[in-house]
Ligand binder design. Structure first.
Ligand code: NAD
Ligand code: DAU
Length: 344
């Protein structure tokens, strides 16, 4: 079925807004209603320049059952990105994560059940917990170490990842017990334009642009599996339109890198010495390594990533933050003060 009238929750945030741009650019026949509460992480500017007749922003809460009921009754699919998304915030105050990620998801799937509306749930690889570092395994090197697959046991570490795991399980139960027409995707770390400056890559870029030394947590050996946000968008679109109901797809682009290497690349590309950063307090419960096996998505649905040159992607991302100082500058001081209180 070709969906013509979709709701994108969290469409004014980082990945959601990139998805809205992706759909608007590639599928002009699809009408998009963005449902977004515009929390500190949401920004209407992320949707600036999109055709008004095609993209409509409704400012509201996904846990507002009345509003959700009204919007879902007029849609044929919901793509659910809205969430509290930052691990460090969840360690300080878990409540909004429980409210939005669990109760909010519950509210949406209840409405989709009532109106028999297709639902795609955007989730994270963090529901699987972490993997050991390759270097700590016997015969370490490229081949050492397993990756996450759709069969990996759930084992989340933080309030954020456990709230996302809870929401995944709600969706699975609604499929089985109520026949909800849903799919789930679990993606690795995204990077690209419009990412909030609390997150690792934009924090370091905007630190350097502001004359502040970048901050690396702990040893810097923790590995994340980076994917450009445009590739996440094409994967979600593929799953929405070609995915099998009830299935989970893992999204990744074979982009494993440790944090120290990523930071050194940013420093090099911004003309700084490779040791011009501070080591700060580690994150409690800090996951060691994420790595995605996306074979199922590639082989069953024919998806593949296109933005796989990390050095080029980083150059573009640095250029975006350099050109869009007005987008992030006013929040920089508050974000850094918040981190400072944590010793980070
Ligand atoms: P983000 O924090 O940048 O954006 C979240 C958006 O949701 C914001 O626009 C915010 O205003 C909105 N929102 C929050 N609470 C809401 C509520 N109660 N009602 C309506 N809107 C609300 O997050 P992101 O990094 O773009 O992540 C989007 C989704 O993708 C999340 O579900 C996250 O778990 C998932 N994800 C993120 C990554 C990543 O690397 N960032 C990787 C995999 C999956
Ligand atoms: O794996 C997917 C997840 O990726 C998403 O589900 C989350 O929403 C998203 O925020 C991201 O989670 P991480 O915790 O991996 O991302 P973050 O950008 O916070 O941190 C990336 C790594 O960098 C992590 O190992 C912690 C480290 N770090 C982070 C910050 C902010 C630093 O070393 N220094 C920093 O200043």
């Amino acid at each position: 079925m070709a969906y013509k009238n979709i709701i994108v929750t969290g469409g004014a945030g980082f990945i959601g807004s990139n998805f809205v741009h992706y759909v608007a650019n590639n599928h002009p026949e699809v009408h998009i209603t963005v449902l977004d509460k515009l929390t500190y992480a949401g920004n209407r500017e992320n949707l600036a320049g999109l055709p008004e007749g095609q993209v409509e922003l409704v400012v509201g809460d996904i846990a507002d059952a009345q509003l959700v009921d009204k919007l879902v009754s007029q849609a044929d699919a919901v793509v659910h990105y809205a969430a509290e998304s930052h691990n460090d915030n969840s360690l300080k105050n878990p409540f909004p994560f429980i409210q939005t990620n669990i109760i909010g998801t519950y509210t949406l799937i209840e409405a989709c059940r009532k109106y028999e509306v297709r639902f795609h749930h955007v989730s994270t690889d963090e529901v699987y917990g972490d993997l050991p570092l390759r270097e700590d395994l016997p015969g370490h090197g490229e081949g050492a170490g397993e990756k996450f697959t759709p069969e990996t046991r759930y084992n989340p570490s933080s309030p954020y990842s456990s709230s996302k795991a809870s929401s995944d399980l709600l969706v699975r139960a609604w499929v089985r017990s109520f026949g909800l027409e849903a799919t789930i995707s679990n993606c690795s770390n995204n990077y690209g334009p419009y990412q909030h400056i609390e997150k690792f890559i934009p924090r370091q870029i905007t630190n350097i642009l502001s004359g502040i030394r970048p901050k690396l947590y702990g040893s810097g050996k923790n590995v994340r599996d980076w994917i450009h946000t445009n590739d996440h968008s094409s994967a979600v679109w593929t799953i929405l339109n070609k995915g099998k109901i009830g299935e989970t797809y893992l999204i990744g682009a074979d982009g494993e890198k440790n944090n120290k290497d990523v930071l050194e690349l940013i420093l090099e590309q911004m003309g700084q010495p490779s040791d011009a950063y501070d080591v700060v307090k580690d994150r409690p419960g800090h996951d060691l390594r994420y790595a995605i096996d996306s074979t199922k998505l590639r082989e069953e649905l024919g998806w593949k990533p296109e933005f796989t040159n990390f050095e080029d992607g980083m150059k573009d991302t640095i250029a975006w933050y350099t050109a869009h100082e007005d987008w992030w500058k006013s929040e920089k001081e508050a974000v850094e003060n918040n981190y400072k209180q944590n010793g980070q």
